[in-house]
Write a protein that binds this ligand. Structure first.
Ligand code: AKB
Length: 315
């Protein structure tokens, strides 16, 4: 049975991943860690430990005590927050990753860390962005993600750590809102649609970005972690996506469920600039071919599910 330690377990991905992994592998086999506790979250019901990812010594100790054989490192700042505080972003995103990789090396554990579409930049081909292509991002977050992809590759080649990773697009979920990302509008829009039937988008009409529903993201992580490593040509940072959408596409999908919903635009220059530096639509062929990536939710299916689940939660 696997013994998995998760950092940043109270964040958008971690909150759902922890519960999903506990269902799969047993509550006692999944250790959730985060910088602070939150009693309102069921994530803290099973094994939970306060852990600052910048404290590498404690991370190794906690992982060793738990007998972790897999480390899933999720603690990081997202793109917009990172851009507002680039020095802290470098320290946290790179320092945390280095400590997590060192922990995996010390424990002989398998390792997963998310990369992002943010690892691409303005000179990357925008349509059908290939798995292997130009990566010259212009954001601190993107710089961290490219460096992180290379660092994870390095730990595999140099130390034999079984590192794996995905380049996530914007992730849409109803349980824990994301914080400080450029793609957050695609989550906020559902909350506002249910609460107020209107949303003011900080991303301009016609700005296409890749997105994926959280259940598909969780399945992708588990599938990649469980795949026979011998089959992988790209270990770290597989392109994954389920849809390429602009704000008006999300609005139209919502209007199919809530016909009186309206969208307005008040563009935030910083996040718009970040969005424009990212691809419109990435190509996930390598993930499909190497380990069978197969997302289930398109925009309409996701929208139906989001509105149903969020309505139950909010109303
Ligand atoms: C962000 O917008 O920063 C993230 C991402 C795409 O990595 N959601």
């Amino acid at each position: 049975m696997k013994r998995i330690m998760i950092t940043g377990a109270l964040g958008q991905i971690g909150s759902e991943l922890t519960l999903h992994l506990r269902d799969l592998y047993g509550t006692e086999n999944v250790l959730a860690t985060d910088i602070k506790s939150d009693e309102s979250k069921t994530t803290t019901d099973g094994p939970f430990q306060i852990l600052d990812v910048l404290d590498g010594k404690t991370m190794v100790e906690v992982g060793r005590k738990f007998r972790a054989d897999s480390i899933i490192h999720l603690a990081a700042l997202l793109s917009a927050t990172a851009e507002n505080n680039p020095v802290f972003a470098w320290n946290l995103n790179m320092g945390g990753l280095l400590n997590a990789l060192e922990t995996a090396k010390e424990l002989g554990a398998q390792f997963f860390a998310p990369s992002s579409i943010g690892a691409f930049g303005p000179s990357t081909p925008k349509e059908g962005t290939p798995q292997d292509t130009i990566q010259r991002p212009t954001t601190m977050y993107g710089v961290n993600k490219v460096a992180g992809e290379l660092l994870a590759d390095y730990y595999f080649h140099r130390y034999g750590v079984d590192t794996r990773g995905l380049r996530f697009p914007g992730l849409i979920s109803y349980q824990t809102p994301p914080g400080g990302g450029t793609t957050d509008y695609a989550v906020e829009i559902y909350y506002e649609a249910i609460k107020h039937r209107t949303y003011t988008s900080y991303i301009a009409k016609g700005t296409y970005l890749d997105m994926m529903y959280m259940p598909d993201a969780l399945e992708a992580m588990i599938l990649l972690m469980e795949t026979d490593g011998g089959k992988l040509k790209h270990r770290n940072a597989f392109n994954v996506t389920a849809m390429s959408v602009a704000p008006e596409d999300v609005a139209s999908a919502i209007q199919k469920e809530l016909p009186d919903f309206t969208i307005k635009y008040e563009v935030d220059p910083m996040r718009q600039q970040i969005a424009e530096s990212w691809p419109n639509q990435i190509d996930a062929t390598a993930a499909k071919e190497e380990w069978g990536f197969n997302p289930k939710f398109n925009l309409d299916e996701m929208t139906k599910d989001m509105i149903m689940k969020l309505s139950n939660k909010l109303l």
